[in-house]
Design a protein. Structure first.
Length: 265
């Protein structure tokens, strides 16, 4: 009986020690949430997803991210942004000079996740929404060689950032943006001493890194997305820009579009 009582007392402690989609995984510098959809498969693909402003990594495990990624065998990792002092708001500055080096933090998150799940280092993909979309661009700008592909939803590379040799290597990058987005418009928006960045400037950086021609190789007008594709003319990598009619948000179907892009279809 004493053994059973001791075991029962230990169970809550053990449960709270675990981390996943609900409880954060803690590392030096911050925390992240994750779900291992691989079901024990060796070398699973990975989606690293950056949440938007005033959100958390815990909030992303629903909808298409769950059905199109976690349920499809991906390990989904959701780092938590920096916390504004004295507030619950979490954010991604997405530019040089912030209090935490979010590039290094994200790479540390991935290394920690490798101790918890079997990850294919050659199939680690990055996506993010809004401020998280800007983080996807920053990761491409500063550490492109670490990842197999990127998707930004409603975010661009913010200013100021050093764009020397940015991205660091040719990239496979998908940009999804709403025509009616006035929160993060195509041209970006000045806020105090920084700027959200121009989507056109971000795409131009990626085209230069990939050595693509200026105008797209193909244009596809679909029912939900209108896409411009730079692929055939690029020396390496590929770029796709898909516009939808909506405003600032994650449009229905973006996860299918992103997964197809990551997997090369």
């Amino acid at each position: 009986m004493k053994y059973l009582a001791a075991l029962l007392l230990a169970l809550p402690t053990f449960a709270f020690a675990q981390c996943g989609p609900d409880a954060p995984c803690k590392i030096d510098g911050g925390s992240y949430h994750m779900i291992d959809g691989s079901e024990g498969t060796e070398g699973a693909p990975v989606l690293v997803f950056f949440h938007g402003h005033n959100a958390t990594g815990q909030m992303i495990f629903r909808g298409g991210i769950k059905s199109d990624f976690a349920d499809a065998g991906y390990v989904v990792i959701a780092p938590n942004g920096q916390q504004i002092p004295g507030r619950q708001t979490r954010f991604w500055p997405g530019r040089d000079g912030s209090a935490r080096d979010d590039i290094a933090f994200t790479l540390d998150v991935i290394e920690d996740a490798k101790t918890r799940a079997s990850i294919d280092a050659d199939r680690i993909y990055v996506a993010g929404f809004s401020a998280g979309g800007s983080m996807a661009w920053l990761m491409a700008c500063k550490a492109a060689e670490q990842f197999a592909g990127f998707t930004s939803i409603s975010g661009a590379l913010r200013e100021p950032n050093d764009t020397t040799n940015c991205p660091t290597t040719p990239v496979r990058f998908l940009q999804i943006h709403g025509f009616a987005d006035n929160q993060v418009p195509f041209e970006g928006r000045a806020i105090r001493d920084w700027h959200q960045g121009s989507l056109w400037d971000s795409l131009a950086l990626a085209r230069a890194s990939n050595q693509c021609r200026t105008h797209p190789d193909t244009i596809d007008v679909g029912d939900r997305f209108r896409c411009r594709d730079w692929n055939a003319s690029c020396s390496d990598g590929a770029i796709k820009f898909c516009e939808h009619d909506g405003a600032h948000g994650m449009p229905r179907g973006w996860t299918t579009l992103a997964r197809d892009w990551f997997e090369g279809s």
